[in-house]
Design a protein. Structure first.
Length: 252
C-alpha cells in the first residue's frame, strides 16, 4: 500500500508525525507532502495562477508553499502520478473537525481533494489539542489510529465519500470506544471583532469561537464524552431529494 500524508498545521507539526507513525504500521511506502507553514481554515482552496515552491526535506518528504489541497494535487498529478497512492491520510489536526468545521478545515480540504483524485481519504483530528489545559492527548491517537485506519481500509467505501475521524481529549484508558455519529451543527466564524482605523475604513478579525451543538447523536456530543468518532462525509453536493420537487414545480 502506498500512503500519502498531508495536513494543514504544517510539515513540522506534531500531528503529522503521529499520522506517519500510524501509516508505518500499515506500509513502508509512506510519502509526506505538506504545507511549509500553517494553513488552518483554508478549506478546499487551492492556489490559482501563482507559482509555489517545493522543498525536498528528506526521502519521500516534501514541503509546499501552498494549501493542503495544493499539496495533494502536486503529489497526485506530478510527484506520484505514475503510481498513485492507495490512501490519503490528512492530519492529525491539532484541534477537532466536527460539525460544519468540515466546510472550513484545511485538513478536510486535503481529504476532499484526495477523494476527488480517486484515492480513499481519511481526515484525522484531535479534539482539544490546542487547549493547553486539556493537553494534547497524542497517546490516545497512537493507541487507536492504526486500528481505525486498518479497519476502514478493509471495508472500502463510496468513491464520493471521505472518512472524518476525531479523537477525544482523554487518555487512552478513559476513551469510551468508537462511535459513528452524524455531523453536528457546530459552526465557527461568527465571532467578528472590528476596529475602526479611520473615517470609513475598518479592520476586522474572525475569531475561533464556535456555536456548539452538543445534542445527542452528533459528533460533538460523542467526542466530548470520550469517544473516537468516525463519520462518513460525502463530497457529492447535489441534494437529490430536491430534484423531483423542482421538476414538479417548474414543469407544472
Amino acid at each position: 500500500m502506498r500512503i500519502l500524508i498531508c495536513n494543514d498545521d504544517g510539515i513540522e507539526a506534531e500531528g503529522i508525525k503521529v499520522a506517519e507513525e500510524a501509516a508505518r504500521t500499515l506500509s513502508d511506502d509512506v510519502w509526506v507532502v505538506a504545507p511549509a507553514f500553517e494553513q488552518s481554515g483554508t478549506g478546499h482552496s487551492f492556489t490559482a495562477g501563482r507559482a509555489m515552491s517545493v522543498k525536498k526535506i528528506a526521502e519521500k518528504r516534501y514541503a509546499v508553499s501552498g494549501t493542503p489541497t495544493d499539496c495533494v494535487i502536486f503529489a497526485c498529478r506530478y510527484l506520484l502520478k505514475d503510481a498513485l497512492p492507495d490512501l490519503v491520510l490528512s492530519g492529525v489536526n491539532q484541534g477537532a473537525n466536527l460539525g460544519f468545521d468540515v466546510a472550513y478545515s484545511g485538513t478536510i480540504g486535503a481529504a476532499i481533494e484526495g477523494t476527488l483524485q480517486g484515492v480513499r481519504s481519511i481526515a484525522l483530528s484531535l479534539y482539544g489539542a490546542k487547549n493547553a489545559s486539556n493537553g494534547a492527548h497524542w497517546e490516545t491517537v497512537r493507541r487507536y489510529a492504526p486500528d481505525v485506519i486498518r479497519k476502514l481500509v478493509g471495508i472500502g467505501w463510496s468513491e464520493d465519500t471521505l472518512m472524518n475521524v476525531n479523537f477525544p481529549a482523554v487518555s487512552a484508558d478513559k476513551c469510551t470506544g468508537i462511535e459513528f455519529p452524524a455531523l453536528s451543527r457546530r459552526k465557527i466564524g461568527d465571532d467578528v471583532r472590528v476596529e475602526s482605523l479611520s473615517d470609513g475604513e475598518f479592520s476586522f478579525k474572525v475569531g475561533f469561537v464556535r456555536t456548539e451543538d452538543d445534542s445527542f447523536g452528533g459528533d460533538v456530543e460523542a467526542v466530548s464524552r470520550g469517544a473516537v468518532t468516525v463519520t462518513p462525509v460525502s463530497v457529492s453536493l447535489t441534494d437529490m431529494k430536491m430534484i423531483p420537487v423542482l421538476k414538479e414545480r417548474f414543469e407544472a
